[in-house]
Ligand binder design. Structure first.
Ligand SMILES: [Zn+2]
Length: 304
């Protein structure tokens, strides 16, 4: 491995972008902030943003990132990888560690950074944290994946029509199963068929980590992973349309994505991608085939 691990932001080894549309097959509901507890008779609105003259529902990038991370946690565990939940106070940074004399990684890295030992800090981070902290981020550390907010817009950026429905529910006490007094509530949701343009941008991710993201996107497309609230009632199934893939950088050459560390495998994209404006690009079925190749690296990688 080089002096500087790929989890460092000091070097830009590669960029990989995935873009496309998320089209909801079932009602979709992403609420505003924390939802009121069941039993309070309030209207639960979907989150909206002003685009030009229209105010439209959208999917925040932070929601998509959360969906991807929690699905990736499950996939990593299935592979036998030890990963943290990524939840606040439960990340790899927050554990007290015997080998650090009872300090947390957070405390140790903070002192290294304070003393100006930036390279030691990133090496320690790389060695001690799980794959998902490196990819998605952790306290003190920006990850290597960013999701933009997904707006209902066409390729020209013009807002598309989104239809919003309302359902009336009855608030049930989860413990006793009894109906709360006066507990009718109204829930807003996005009607099926809305199209949200999504984009995710990654830097420095090895092919196996890209493969993990690829697998997550496939599971989303197949309905195994859902978005937003009321998933247990079937809400939040989306399919992915008009997918495009693009990669560039020092480790992207001769139609290949080179291995980024000793656990990684090179991926040959010959016949699938075309060089255009400094990027290797693929769209539609070819983009999915690129993802399948990356997924195989994830499946085959001996990570532990
Ligand atoms: Zn972690």
């Amino acid at each position: 491995m080089s002096q500087v691990p790929w989890s460092s932001h000091a070097l830009l080894l590669r960029e990989v972008m995935l873009e496309g549309y998320l089209v909801n097959e079932t009602p979709l509901r992403i609420g505003v902030g924390r939802e009121a507890p069941l039993g309070s008779a309030v209207d639960l609105a979907v989150i909206r943003i002003k685009l030009g003259k229209k105010t439209v529902p959208y999917i925040p990038g932070s929601s998509l990132k959360g969906v991807f991370r929690s699905a990736a946690v499950q996939l990593a565990k299935l592979k036998g990888l030890s990963v943290c939940s990524g939840l606040s106070k439960e990340t790899c940074m927050d554990l007290e560690r015997q080998e650090l004399g009872g300090e947390t990684l957070h405390e140790r890295i903070q002192s290294l950074l304070r003393e100006g030992h930036n390279l030691e800090a990133i090496k320690l981070f790389h060695e001690k944290t799980c794959l998902l902290c490196k990819v998605f981020g952790a306290p003190l550390f920006t990850g290597h994946i960013e999701f933009t907010d997904a707006y209902p817009i066409n390729e020209k950026g013009e807002p598309l029509d989104v239809f919003v429905g309302v359902r009336t529910g009855i608030a049930i006490n989860r413990r006793t199963g009894a109906v709360h007094r006066g507990a009718l509530y109204q829930v807003e949701y996005v009607e099926p068929g809305a199209r949200f343009k999504f984009s995710l941008h990654t830097t420095n991710l090895p092919n196996y980590a890209l493969g993990l993201l690829a697998k997550t996107l496939k599971m989303l497309n197949e309905g195994w992973v859902k978005i937003g609230g009321f998933k247990t009632r079937g809400f939040g199934e989306v399919r992915v349309e008009a997918l495009s893939f693009a990669a560039r950088g020092a480790t992207v050459k001769d139609l290949k994505l080179f291995a980024l560390d000793e656990l990684d495998n090179e991926v040959n994209l010959e016949g699938l991608v075309e060089a255009s404006e400094g990027w290797l690009k693929a769209s539609g079925n070819r983009a999915w085939e690129v993802l399948t190749k990356l997924e195989k690296v994830w499946e085959g990688a001996k990570l532990s």
